[in-house]
Design a protein around this ligand. Structure first.
Ligand SMILES: NC(=O)c1ccc[n+]([C@@H]2O[C@H](COP(=O)([O-])OP(=O)(O)OC[C@H]3O[C@@H](n4cnc5c(N)ncnc54)[C@H](O)[C@@H]3O)[C@@H](O)[C@H]2O)c1
Ligand SMILES: O=C(O)[C@H](O)COP(=O)(O)O
Length: 525
C-alpha cells in the first residue's frame, strides 16, 4: 500500500507533525501557498490540515482527487466550504475545545487592557514619559457585562466575569435557562435592551447571516456612554466603521478587537485610535492551545484516514451538534475500552453490554456503540464503522448488544461502562485535554489515562510486589511513566502500568516467575 500523504498549510504545533509521521504518513508543511499553488499541490494528498488563513474552496476541492479528510487545527471552520466537501465525501473535522480557555483568557486580557488603558500607558512609558492621570481607568467590579453568544467561549467568559464581581447578562436564543442559571447569567432577549444597560460588551457569536453587523450604528447609539466593546469572535459581527465613528465621538470608551474583515490586516478604520486595542487574531495563540489543537487534530486525521470514527466530524456525522459535543469526546474513550477488552479477552465477545451513565444517558449513544465496536475490531477490521452501521457490524460479527441507560454516573457527570462476556471496563472524560480515563477495570476501581504501551497485572496482594515489578522492569530498561493500583476486598490487586521501552517476552516470563498466580497482559493502545 502506498504511503498516505498529509499536507499542512499553516503553522501548527510540532506534536501534530510528529504524531502523523509516527503513524507512517508523509507529512509536508507548505506555508503561505497561494490559492492557485494550493490547487496545484493538493491533488496528491490524502489529508489537509489548516487553521483560519487557508480558504478551502470548492475549486481547491475539485483539484483534490485523493483527499479524504480536512482537519482544522482550531475551532472555526468558516474558511472551509463544508457543503462542497460533503458533496465530495470529504470529512471536515476540527478540535472544538482546543483553544476555548485561551480565547476566553484573551477576551479578559482585552477587557482589562481597555478598562485600565494598559496599552496606552505602556506606549507612554516607552516614549520616556511618566504620566498617570490620563490613564485613569474604570473597574470591572459590579459593572454589567453583556455576553453575546453563551456557547463554549461565552460560557467561560461568564464564569471568569463572575470572579471579577461583575453582573453578567447574556443574549443567546439557543441557550437553555438551566445553562444560563448555572453560569450565573441573566438571559435577555432584546439586543437593544442589553446594549442600553451594558458597561462592557463581549461578542462570542458565530458569523452568520443573522449576526452579520449585529452591532451597527443603531446599536451603538443605544449603548451607554463610555461602553467598552470587545470582539474576539469573528469580524463582520461588529461593524468596524460604525465602531470607529462611535470611538471618535467618545461614546465608546475603548474597544478590544482580535479579528478583522481582511486578514492579514495592517490598516482599518480602527487603527488611528490609541484606545482601540488591536491584536492580530491571537486569541487562540498560546503554547497550550496550539499543542492541544495539534495533538487532537493529528489523532482525528489519523482516525479518518484509517476509516475509524472521527469524533468531531462536522459534515459526515448524522448526529446534531449538541449530541456530538456531549457524546463525541467519549468516542475515543470507547475505542480505547474496546481495544482493552479485545486484548484482555483475546476473542470477540458473544455479548457486549454497554451502559451510558449520567448525562450521556439522555443522549443518542450510537457514537459510543460505534467507538466500542471500532476498538474491539481494530485488529481485524475491514471497512469503516460509523454510528449508522455499528449495530449491523456487531450483528455481522455475532456480537449481541445489550444497551442500558443509567442516569447516575456516581462521582462523574458522565461515564461509559462496557462488559464483554464478563470482562468489565469503564471510562470517563473530563478536563480540556479530553483524554479518556479508565475508572474501573475488571471490577477494580482505578483512575488511569492509558498510554500507547501498558502492562496490566493481577495477583494476590502481598507486600513487596510493586518493588519486584519495578525492579524487573528497570532491569529490562523499561521505564514506568504512570502506575495505578486497584485493590479488591477479596485480597487481589490489579496494577495498570504505563511504560516506555520494549516489553519483551523474556520480561513477561520473569514477571510470571517472580509473582505466583500472576495474570498478565501486555496492552498496545
Ligand atoms: N479569535 C480567535 O482566535 C477565536 C478562537 C476561538 C473561537 N473564535 C470564535 O469565537 C466564537 C465563539 O466560539 P465558541 O466555540 O464559543 O462557539 P459556540 O458555537 O460554542 O458558541 C456560539 C454561541 O452563539 C450562539 N448564537 C448563535 N447565533 C446567535 C445569535 N444570532 N444570537 C445570539 N447567540 C447566537 C449559539 O447558540 C452558541 O451558544 C466563534 O465565532 C468562533 O469562531 C475565535
Ligand atoms: O476559530 C479558531 O479556532 C480561531 O479563530 C483561531 O484561529 P487560528 O487557528 O487561525 O489561530
Amino acid at each position: 500500500m502506498s504511503q498516505k500523504k498529509v499536507l499542512v498549510t499553516e503553522k501548527i504545533a510540532d506534536v501534530a507533525l510528529e504524531t502523523l509521521e509516527a503513524k507512517g504518513y508523509q507529512v509536508d508543511v507548505n506555508l503561505d501557498l497561494s490559492p492557485q499553488a494550493l490547487a496545484e499541490a493538493i491533488a496528491d494528498y490524502d489529508a489537509l490540515i489548516v487553521r483560519s488563513a487557508t480558504n478551502v474552496t470548492a475549486d481547491i476541492l475539485d483539484a483534490a482527487q485523493n483527499l479524504k479528510i480536512i482537519g482544522r487545527a482550531g475551532v472555526t471552520v468558516d474558511n472551509i466550504d463544508i457543503e462542497a466537501a460533503t458533496e465530495r465525501d470529504i470529512i471536515v473535522c476540527n478540535a472544538p475545545v482546543s483553544n476555548i480557555v485561551t480565547a476566553a483568557e484573551h477576551t479578559f486580557a482585552l477587557l482589562l487592557a481597555c478598562a485600565r488603558n494598559v496599552c496606552q500607558a505602556n506606549a507612554s512609558m516607552h516614549a520616556g514619559q511618566w504620566e498617570r492621570a490620563p490613564f485613569t481607568g474604570v473597574e470591572l467590579y459590579e459593572k454589567t457585562l453583556a455576553i453575546f453568544g453563551l456557547g463554549r467561549i461565552g460560557g467561560l467568559v461568564a464564569e471568569r466575569a463572575r470572579a471579577f464581581g461583575m453582573n453578567v447578562v447574556g443574549h443567546d436564543p439557543y441557550c437553555s435557562p438551566e445553562r444560563a442559571q448555572a453560569l450565573g447569567v441573566t438571559l435577555l432577549e432584546d439586543v437593544d435592551e442589553i446594549c442600553a444597560i451594558a458597561d462592557f460588551i463581549s461578542v462570542h457569536l458565530p458569523l452568520t447571516e443573522d449576526t452579520h453587523h449585529m452591532f451597527g450604528p443603531q446599536q451603538f447609539a443605544q449603548m451607554k456612554d463610555g461602553v467598552i466593546v470587545v470582539n474576539t469572535a469573528r469580524p463582520g459581527i461588529v461593524d468596524q466603521k460604525a465602531l470607529a465613528d462611535f470611538l471618535a465621538a467618545g461614546k465608546v470608551r475603548s474597544c478590544g478587537i482580535d479579528v478583522f474583515e481582511e486578514e492579514p490586516c495592517t490598516m482599518s478604520p480602527l487603527h488611528e485610535f490609541p484606545n482601540a486595542i488591536l491584536t492580530p487574531h491571537i486569541a487562540a495563540v498560546t503554547y497550550e492551545a496550539q499543542h492541544r489543537a495539534g495533538a487532537q487534530i493529528a489523532e482525528y486525521v489519523w482516525e479518518g484516514l484509517e476509516g475509524s470514527i472521527v469524533p468531531t466530524a462536522i459534515n459526515i456525522s448524522p448526529l446534531p451538534p449538541d449530541v456530538v459535543d456531549l457524546v463525541g469526546p467519549y468516542a475515543p474513550a470507547c475505542q480505547m475500552m474496546g481495544r482493552i477488552l479485545t486484548q484482555i479477552n483475546g476473542e470477540m465477545p458473544k455479548v457486549l453490554k454497554i451502559e451510558a451513565c449520567g448525562l450521556l444517558a439522555q443522549s443518542d449513544i450510537r457514537v459510543l456503540i460505534a467507538g466500542l465496536m471500532d476498538g474491539l475490531l481494530s485488529y481485524r477490521r475491514v471497512g469503516s464503522i460509523t454510528p449508522a452501521n455499528a449495530e449491523a457490524v456487531a450483528a455481522r460479527h455475532g456480537i449481541k448488544l445489550d444497551v442500558a441507560l443509567q442516569p447516575d454516573a456516581e462521582e462523574y457527570a458522565s461515564s461509559v461502562r462496557a462488559m464483554a462476556d464478563g470482562t468489565e471496563v469503564a471510562a470517563t472524560v473530563f478536563g480540556i485535554s479530553q483524554a479518556p480515563r479508565i475508572v474501573s477495570l475488571m471490577g477494580y476501581k482505578i483512575d488511569m489515562v492509558p498510554s500507547k504501551s501498558s502492562l496490566l497485572l493481577r495477583y494476590e496482594d502481598a507486600p513487596g510486589r510493586i518493588g519486584v515489578i519495578g525492579t524487573l522492569l528497570g532491569n529490562a530498561d523499561v521505564n514506568i511513566t504512570t502506575m495505578q493500583i486497584g485493590v479488591s476486598p477479596d485480597g487481589s490487586a490489579l496494577v495498570f502500568v504505563n511504560v516506555t521501552g520494549e516489553v519483551s517476552d523474556k520480561l513477561l516470563r520473569q514477571l510470571r516467575e517472580a509473582i505466583p498466580g500472576l495474570d498478565l497482559w501486555r496492552l498496545a493502545l
